[in-house]
Design a binder for this molecule. Structure first.
Ligand code: FPP
Length: 246
C-alpha cells in the first residue's frame, strides 16, 4: 500500500502549519546563491498545496516571511518579494481550479505595494472558495501579533467596550490575525531545526509537532503523507487521561 493509501481519511489534520526551512542550505549544497533555493522552494509550495487539498486538509498555513526576515540582505529580501508576486500570478489558476481561498496573516502593510496589490486581488478573487484556506504568513511574528492583540483589547477596556474580567481565551482569539481559523493540529518544520521561531505561539497550544531533516526544496507530497501518518499514530489527549480518550 502506498503512503497515501495508508492515511485514514477520517482523521486528516484540519489545520496544518508548515515552517518551510532550509532553502538557503539547499542552494549552498548545489553551489548556488540562496535565492536559487527560494525559487525551488516555490515548487514544494505548489505540490504541498495540491496534495493538501486532495487529502481534504481544510487549513494550510505557510510561514513564508517572518518579521525577523526583514534583517536579511536587501538583495535576498527583494528577491523573496519578487518571488512572492511571481508565484501568486503563476498559482492563481491553481487556486481557482482547486477552490482554494487565499488569506494572509502578518503586517501586510509593510510589504511592497506590488505584493500588497497582488495579494489583495488574489484574496478578493478567491474569497468565495471553501475547499481549503491557504494562509501565507508574511511579515509575521507571533509575539508581535500578541502585542497588537493586547493593545487592541486594552483600547477597548479604556473605552469601556469590554470589562477586564470578561477577557477570556475566546476574546483573545477574536483579536488575533487567525480569528477565523481553528487552532493548528499539526505543525511541520523542515531542515532538521527543532524550534518554533515565533510562529503561531497561541495557536499551536495543542498541536502535534513534526520535525524532519529534509530541506524545504526537497519536500514532496510523500513527506507530507509521512507527517500525517505519524500524526495519526499519536494520541491527542488535550490534558485528559488516556482512559478518558478511549
Ligand atoms: C527558509 O529557508 C525559507 C524562507 C525564509 C522563505 C520561504 C519562501 C519560499 C518557500 C518561497 C516563496 C514562498 C511563497 C509562498 C511563494 P532559509 O532561507 O532560512 O534556509 P536556511 O535556513 O537553509 O538558510
Amino acid at each position: 500500500m502506498s503512503l497515501k493509501e495508508q492515511i485514514n481519511i477520517l482523521n486528516v489534520p484540519n489545520h496544518i502549519a508548515i515552517i518551510m526551512d532550509g532553502n538557503g542550505r539547499w542552494a549552498k549544497s548545489q553551489g548556488m546563491m540562496r535565492v536559487f533555493g527560494h525559487e525551488n522552494g516555490t515548487k514544494s509550495v505548489k505540490t504541498t498545496i495540491k496534495a493538501s487539498v486532495r487529502l481534504g486538509v481544510k487549513y494550510l498555513t505557510l510561514y513564508a516571511f517572518s518579521t525577523e526576515n526583514w534583517n536579511r540582505p536587501k538583495l535576498e529580501v527583494n528577491a523573496l518579494m519578487r518571488l512572492l508576486v511571481k508565484s501568486l500570478k503563476a498559482e492563481l489558476p491553481l487556486f481557482h481550479k482547486e477552490k482554494v481561498r487565499l488569506n494572509v496573516i502578518g503586517e501586510m502593510e509593510s510589504l511592497p505595494d506590488k505584493a500588497k496589490r497582488q495579494l489583495n486581488a488574489a484574496m478578493e478573487e478567491t474569497a468565495g472558495y471553501s475547499e481549503m484556506t491557504l494562509t501565507l504568513a508574511l511579515s509575521y511574528g507571533s509575539r508581535q501579533e500578541l502585542v497588537k492583540t493586547f493593545q487592541d483589547i486594552a483600547d477597548k477596556v479604556k473605552n469601556n467596550l469590554i470589562s477586564p474580567h470578561l477577557i477570556t481565551e475566546e476574546v483573545i482569539k477574536e483579536h488575533l490575525y487567525t480569528k477565523s481559523m481553528p487552532d493548528v493540529d499539526l505543525l511541520i518544520r523542515t531542515s532538521g531545526e527543532q524550534r518554533i521561531s515565533n510562529f503561531l505561539l497561541w495557536q499551536i497550544a495543542y498541536a502535534e509537532l513534526y520535525f524532519l531533516p529534509v530541506l524545504w526544496p526537497d519536500f514532496t507530497p510523500e513527506h507530507l503523507y509521512e507527517a500525517i501518518l505519524n500524526y495519526q499514530q499519536r494520541e491527542r489527549r488535550f490534558g485528559k487521561t488516556s482512559d478518558q480518550i478511549t
